[in-house]
Design a protein around this ligand. Structure first.
Ligand code: ZN
Length: 249
């Protein structure tokens, strides 16, 4: 009888990844990542984190976006496995970020926006690694990006490579961290969605995902729902407008 561990070694040796865990917040980026993972991997599970975000929209939207993907893409439905949510209250206990505390968005003295939650992605990936270990998943997918980012040091390619090494050593398991958006700007992320699932996927991402830091979902803009003013909305709107111009040009 072949043991479970020898199976996982043989599948990674052939370069054929069977099962992935997608860090999934229900935003534009992680939904695009989830779509790409469903197109590439045979089994895909999702992971969200509840860390005392100022609004509860993210936790609702991510479930609806997952369901919308399964409904709109029958070819992906059978690959979409369990959803997991882990509680990370400890991040709001540390405090000091406008994502978790009721303070206005502003730049910090170190040049980073105060939306930065120190250590957030490091914790996310550590827990994702632990869950992947338990679930027998060999790939972790995250939508971090170095191109259009806000300067967050825990989104950098070097940070991801270091985390992959730390997880491989600390868990004694061959885990791959995939970052499909690392070198894309927001316009290219819309383009990737178009290539993966055509207008159907672009419309789904426009209407079913959520990016706004303030949790506003009253008004549907060309680029989706949001306040239109916060840094996340502005980035998303600028990316959409650039992508539309590129398509017309
Ligand atoms: Zn907003």
């Amino acid at each position: 009888m072949i043991s479970r561990s020898s199976l996982s070694i043989s599948s990674s040796a052939t370069g054929c990844h069977k099962a992935a865990l997608v860090l999934f917040s229900g935003g534009q980026d992680s939904t695009t990542c989830l779509a790409q993972a469903l197109a590439r991997h045979e089994r895909v599970e999702t992971l969200g984190f509840d860390y005392g975000q100022r609004h509860g929209v993210e936790m609702q939207v991510r479930l609806r976006a997952r369901q919308a993907l399964a409904d709109a893409f029958p070819e992906w439905r059978g690959r979409l496995g369990e959803d997991h949510v882990l509680s990370l209250d400890v991040l709001s206990q540390i405090g000091g970020s406008s994502l978790t505390d009721d303070v206005a968005f502003e730049m910090q003295a170190d040049g980073l926006p105060n939306t930065f939650v120190p250590g957030r992605n490091l914790l996310f990936l550590t827990l994702a690694g632990a869950l992947a270990y338990r679930r027998g998943l060999s790939v972790i997918v995250t939508g971090v990006c170095e191109t259009d980012f806000s300067g967050y040091p825990d989104c950098r390619d070097d940070t991801m490579k270091a985390m992959q090494l730390a997880l491989n050593l600390g868990l004694e398991r061959r885990l791959l961290i995939e970052t499909p958006l690392m070198w894309l700007d927001k316009a290219q992320t819309w383009q990737l969605a178009q290539e993966l699932g055509g207008d159907r996927l672009v419309e789904l991402i426009r209407k079913e995902t959520h990016t706004c830091y303030l949790g506003v979902r009253e008004q549907l803009h060309d680029w989706g729902y949001g306040c239109g003013e916060c840094p996340a909305c502005r980035l998303r709107a600028q990316g959409w407008e650039r992508w539309e111009r590129q398509q017309k040009g």
